[in-house]
Design a binder for this molecule. Structure first.
Ligand SMILES: Nc1nc2c(ncn2[C@@H]2O[C@H](COP(=O)(O)OP(=O)(O)OP(=O)(O)O)[C@@H](O)[C@H]2O)c(=O)[nH]1
Ligand SMILES: Nc1nc2c(ncn2[C@@H]2O[C@H](COP(=O)(O)OP(=O)(O)OP(=O)(O)O)[C@@H](O)[C@H]2O)c(=O)[nH]1
Length: 463
């Protein structure tokens, strides 16, 4: 489970600014996906190799106006789940009465606390901190978030409070593909999980209180093993109101982080909501494979089904590569297709390329359509090699690749997707300029490799 750090403070002290600084690096993959809704409140940050979840609570202002119940609830949940709370204050404004009130409230929750004193730029640090020493919190960290200063000190202060994330299970075939089922309250997650478990299984009852645990449920379908990662599904079916109270964005994010394939469950009657799109955005941020399942299909008229299909097409064009399946968790229909889609997504996410097939594909793509001139620059693409899996990554070497038009990057992505039949997984293309893939290689090449190398170099020169 990803440990959680909650950012709390009065409005305008700089919480979102700090949040953006901390989570910035994680946005690369989805940075320019049109149509994708970002979540400004939840992001993942890394401390060395250990990821943790940062939650910008934004709403805990003492002024509940304009904050809907669900948001306020999410703030409560964030603090309840936090390993540590960063209480942010404003050095320019000094210590305010509302700061004291918030702190009294936070103390009641018994969480470890750090006071981050922001906006210290241009001020004397010692003097700024002294003002806040009156709060009686042991750790005071000076920050200038908008200048990106002080975050190292903050991370250092956080470190001892962040429990190390359990190491991911070895990707063992015995355990099966790790599948998370996520979705808004009431879309049918519990029904689906129970249906996949089979009627005869004993369902683990309530998990209330086990805030830091997720339940892993091994299942077998059509002779294949899966490990369902469940944070909400396996439990007694709650009444709707309770369910909404229990819905936790944090738990959803933790499931996504722990899974290999994420099934995003939608209510077919309602089409794709803002919250659904945001959830898919989180899946992409974590580069996970994804299957979109429209549930309660049994309940729909022909007209409603068409409506649902149109909504999926329009609102989810940024994940056009994800498979859509139409299911009824209640009646058990479409589940075989769902699990096949999970298999395909997993196979694509773990696809291992070899360099020669990549180079042949790159060549074919290049011949089909060459990068257009951008401000007089003509980018060149020379050779490609595999860069890893989960998500599958292709590294392309060339020159002036930063001038590659976005449309050309998309063209390449679609070309590779089609060629390698990649479905249900993000695909990462990395561009590098002016590097020789053979530089620094000490081992002697075989004859075949030498011929291949000559061919690559010839082709590269031709371009
Ligand atoms: N001088 C200075 N200004 C800052 C710093 N950090 C943030 N600000 C400014 O403070 C203002 C508020 O910043 P936000 O990050 O929006 O504050 P917030 O706490 O998220 O505010 P709410 O969303 O209202 O809760 C913005 O104008 C920022 O540019 C800083 O380190 N120094
Ligand atoms: N008609 C129909 N109803 C369904 C289907 N799947 C679930 N439901 C109903 O939808 C309601 C909510 O189902 P749950 O499985 O509790 O939904 P959930 O997503 O786990 O809800 P939370 O507990 O809020 O997370 C229940 O009344 C289910 O019977 C389906 O395929 N068809």
């Amino acid at each position: 489970m990803l440990p959680v750090v909650a950012l709390v403070g009065r409005p305008n002290v700089g919480k979102s600014t700090l949040f953006n600084v901390l989570t910035r690096t994680r946005d690369a993959l989805v940075a320019d996906q049109p149509g994708l809704t970002r979540d400004r409140h939840y992001g993942i940050c890394r401390l060395g190799d250990s990821p943790f979840l940062v939650v910008d609570t934004g709403g805990l202002s003492g002024d509940d106006e304009g904050i809907d119940g669900l948001t306020a609830k999410q703030v409560e949940l964030a603090i309840a789940e936090a390993s540590i709370v960063v209480f942010m204050t404003d050095a320019r404004a000094g210590l305010m009465a509302l700061d004291r009130d918030i702190l009294i409230d936070l103390r009641k929750r018994g969480k470890p606390l750090i006071v981050a004193v922001n906006k210290t730029d241009g001020l004397d640090e010692t003097t700024s901190l002294a003002d806040f020493a009156a709060l009686g919190v042991a750790t005071l960290v000076p920050l200038a978030a908008s200048h990106g200063r002080g975050t190292d000190g903050l991370l250092e202060a956080l470190e001892p409070h962040l429990p190390a994330d359990a190491p991911e299970e070895a990707p063992s075939a015995d355990l099966g593909i790790r599948v998370a089922i996520v979705g808004r309250p009431n879309v049918g997650k519990s029904t689906l999980v129970n249906r996949l478990l089979g009627e005869d299984r004993v369902v683990v009852s309530d998990i209330a209180g086990t805030t830091r645990d997720s339940i892993r449920v091994p299942i077998e379908r059509d002779g294949k093993k899966y490990m369902l990662i469940d944070t909400a599904g396996v439990r007694r079916r709650a009444r709707v109101e309770e369910a909404i109270e229990k819905f936790s964005v944090i738990k959803t994010l933790q499931s996504i982080a722990a899974a290999q394939v994420v099934v995003v469950l939608l209510d077919a009657a309602e089409g794709v909501s803002e919250q659904d799109a945001t959830m898919i955005g989180h899946v992409l941020n974590e580069s996970r494979a994804v299957v979109i399942a429209a549930n309660k299909w049994d309940n729909l008229t022909k007209y409603q089904r068409e409506q649902c299909e149109t909504s999926l097409e329009r609102r989810l064009d940024f994940v056009a590569w994800a498979e859509r399946v139409f299911i009824s968790a209640l009646h058990g229909s479409g589940l075989r297709e769902l699990m096949r889609a999970v298999d395909r997504a997993h196979a694509s996410a773990t696809k291992q390329f070899n360099s020669s097939e990549l180079n042949r594909a790159l060549e074919a793509a290049y011949e089909g359509y060459q990068p257009p001139l951008v401000r007089g620059h003509s980018p060149k693409l020379r050779y490609a090699h595999p860069g890893g899996t989960n998500p599958p990554t292709i590294v392309i070497h060339g020159s002036r690749t930063k001038h590659l038009a976005e449309s050309y990057r998309r063209y390449l992505e679609n070309f590779f997707r089609k060629r390698f039949k990649l479905i249900g997984t993000p695909l990462r293309l990395e561009f590098r300029d002016g590097e020789n893939p053979f530089a620094g290689r000490k081992n002697v090449l075989t004859e075949g490799q030498q011929r291949k190398r000559q061919r690559l170099i010839r082709n590269a020169k031709k371009r």
